[in-house]
Design a binder for this molecule. Structure first.
Ligand code: SF4
Length: 307
């Protein structure tokens, strides 16, 4: 058996940024530390912080007046910032800088009065955050190419600002853009590169694995958008692809009669999860050869803010 490790192993820069901010806050201030929403969408990361006393809340009302709250990597809408200020909470913002960049685009389009089509998963924390920066009268949220059919923007606008969640499928986003171009041939579609480098690289790496492997294992939590897109990318490349949160979820039977196994992980998955999977496979199957590749992202780092 041969194992091919995707070249994009470990945390993306935005996830490292958010986790390091919580670590820094713990070191500098100690308890109590509250985090609004899961700091990143990975159960192991969240459970580790929880075991060290960090409290995760979905409602700011659960944070006592005057205490310290960290906003997660996915970002928050301005109303949440306002509410935190009103309650005298000490705010630490761990929003990924690439998500914050998307918020700025939203503000620019709204200030220019340009209708905004926001592509993403409606209940995802990032879309809840980004949509808050768009003037509600100009905001249109769509999830897929089907939604383009029912999209009503009134008389064809001269410009349409298109914003996306950072972790969407690259291929699906291209299809949605094609549908938008067909539906609004006379409008100029303004689209910046919102899909982040980590999303693009991880999906490219899965496509490379799909050319070689007969099974792909994606390590990632069920609520992780980018991990789910990796599973879909593998499946739509025609290769059996499964997603597991940890090695405990790995069904060893699916490995039987497979010769080349690809293993990848979402952007918020700690390295030990993949290492556990590799180790477990090596313990069950004899003569397993591991192939690994240089990570193209290893030098991408976001500078931590003063807190
Ligand atoms: S996946 Fe992209 S947008 Fe999300 S935290 Fe990582 S770098 Fe930032």
């Amino acid at each position: 058996m041969e194992i091919y490790l995707a070249k994009t192993q470990g945390f993306c820069a935005g996830v490292s940024f958010a986790i390091d901010i919580v670590e820094k806050a713990l070191k500098k201030y100690g308890m109590p530390i509250y985090v609004f929403h899961d700091i990143v969408h990975n159960t192991h990361v969240v459970n580790d912080f929880r075991s060290r006393g960090v409290v995760f809340v979905e409602d700011l009302g659960a944070v006592p007046e005057g205490d310290r709250v960290i906003f997660s990597a996915h970002g928050v809408p301005p109303e949440i910032v306002e509410e935190a200020k009103k309650r005298n909470l000490k705010i630490i913002d761990a929003t990924c800088p690439l998500v914050a960049k998307v918020h700025k685009e939203a503000i620019q389009y709204s200030q220019a009065g340009i209708p905004v089509v926001l592509i993403g998963h409606k209940n995802h924390q990032e879309i809840i955050g980004t949509s808050g920066y768009v003037n509600p009268k100009l905001l249109h949220i769509i999830q897929d190419a089907k939604d383009v059919e029912s999209l009503q923007l009134g008389p064809a606008p001269s410009k349409i600002g298109v914003i996306t969640q950072t972790t969407l499928s690259v291929d699906e986003t291209r299809q949605i853009m094609d549908s938008l171009k067909k539906k609004f041939p006379d409008s100029q579609l303004l689209l910046k590169a919102d899909l982040c480098y980590a999303t693009q690289n991880r999906q490219d790496a899965v496509k490379e694995l799909a050319q070689i492997c007969d099974l792909i294992i994606v390590c990632g939590s069920r609520n992780s958008s980018n991990s789910n897109r990796l599973r879909e990318t593998g499946s739509s490349s025609g290769v059996e692809t499964v997603i597991i949160d940890s090695v405990n979820e790995l069904d060893m039977e699916i490995l039987e009669n497979k010769n080349k196994i690809g293993i990848t992980s979402g952007a918020s998955v700690p390295r030990f999860i993949v290492e556990d999977v590799v180790e477990t496979i090596r313990n069950v199957f004899t003569d397993v050869k591991i192939h690994s590749f240089e990570n193209p992202e290893k030098d991408i780092i976001f500078k931590l803010p003063e807190i």
